[in-house]
Design a protein around this ligand. Structure first.
Ligand code: PBG
Ligand code: ZN
Length: 325
């Protein structure tokens, strides 16, 4: 192989040619839109570090999802901002809390046209902001499992189509699977935040969900960023415990993990393009330093090319509009 017989530019000459030999395609079917639901009525609080995103009360969330459905985005994932926080995050498993009410309202309005996924974690609901029960400054693993399972069952009872544990406690997928089955929700799939790294890219999200830890950090339960082999162990365990879909998070800085996971596992793979990845593109675009649309689409196609089937992204609506043309 060599020049001049081979000229790679021949197939790049026109957009139509390029379209024919394109290896990876983005589709609106790949997108899951994260949304923040709060208490109250008529609430639409803009999130400063996440332009275009809001803390929405249930009524506003239902309205906002009309556009999501019309754009053909198949799914949303809900995060809750409760009225009260306490050491055990009791609002997480309160059937009348914002997420549970939102799920009921969305299922009533949109039925099967919208897949409603719920994030299962305690950090938005605990006064200390950690993802589990705390004792003597330590985040307890086994005691937390009960609470997470109660939360997952409460979401399923409200009608959630899928639950997504994001806490990174050991054994939670299996524990939640058992409790869901026990409660008669054997058909509710688990989207496991399987390889979730302790990342600085979650900054804007913690403002949005009001979930920053009040002491310490999450490094004793989320993964250490340099570890790739360990990510495969995490994913293998979650799959064995009954996860239906495995997630890598964040997405952009961890494309190597996605690539290896694609080769290793045959289940659907999801990647979470997190708040910081979104915010950096938005900020640079505002400064005029990058072209927002181009960088947005390039970041998403990169995640697909690395091996993700599904992408959780704050760009879902804008990208869907562009794909629709
Ligand atoms: C909660 C949770 C976090 C995110 C999703 N679920 C934050 C965290 O672990 O601190 C991050 C999402 C984002 O940054 O967009 N466990
Ligand atoms: Zn959490």
């Amino acid at each position: 192989m060599g020049f001049p017989e081979h000229r790679m530019r021949r197939l790049r000459r026109t957009e139509t040619l390029r379209r024919m030999v394109r290896e990876t395609r983005l589709s609106v079917d790949d997108f899951i839109l994260p949304m923040f639901v709060t208490h109250g009525q008529g609430v639409r609080n803009p999130i400063g570090s996440m332009p275009g995103h809001f803390q929405l009360s249930v009524d506003e969330l239902v309205k906002e999802c009309r556009e999501v459905v019309d754009l053909g985005i198949p799914a949303v994932i809900l995060f809750g901002i409760p009225e009260h926080k306490d050491p055990l995050g009791t609002a997480a498993y309160d059937d009348k809390a914002p997420v549970q009410r939102a799920v009921r309202a969305l299922k009533k309005e949109y039925g099967d046209a919208l897949v409603v996924i719920t994030d299962v974690c305690l950090c938005e609901y605990t006064d200390h902001g950690h993802c589990g029960m705390v004792e003597k400054g330590q985040v307890l693993n086994d005691a937390t499992l009960e609470l997470l399972a109660k939360e997952a069952v409460s979401h399923a009872r409200a009608g959630a189509d899928m639950v997504a544990p994001s806490d990174m406690m050991d054994g939670r997928v299996g524990f939640i699977r058992d409790e869901l089955d026990e409660a008669g929700f054997e058909d509710v799939p688990i989207l496991a935040y399987a390889a979730k790294f302790a990342s600085g890219y979650y900054g804007p999200f913690r403002d949005a969900a009001e979930s920053a830890p009040k002491f310490g950090d999450r490094r004793s339960y989320q993964m250490d960023p340099p570890n790739a082999r360990e990510a495969l162990v995490e994913m293998t365990l979650d799959l064995e415990e009954g996860a239906d879909i495995l997630m890598v998070k964040p997405a952009g800085p961890y494309l190597d993990i996605l690539r290896v996971a694609r080769e290793e596992f045959d289940c659907p793979l999801a990647a979470y393009q997190v708040s910081g990845e979104f915010a950096m593109i938005e900020a640079a675009a505002r400064l005029g330093w990058v072209d927002r649309e181009r960088v947005m689409m390039e970041s998403l196609v990169g995640i697909r090319r690395a091996g993700a089937d599904l992408i959780l992204t704050y760009f879902a609506k804008d990208a869907a509009r562009i794909l629709r043309g």
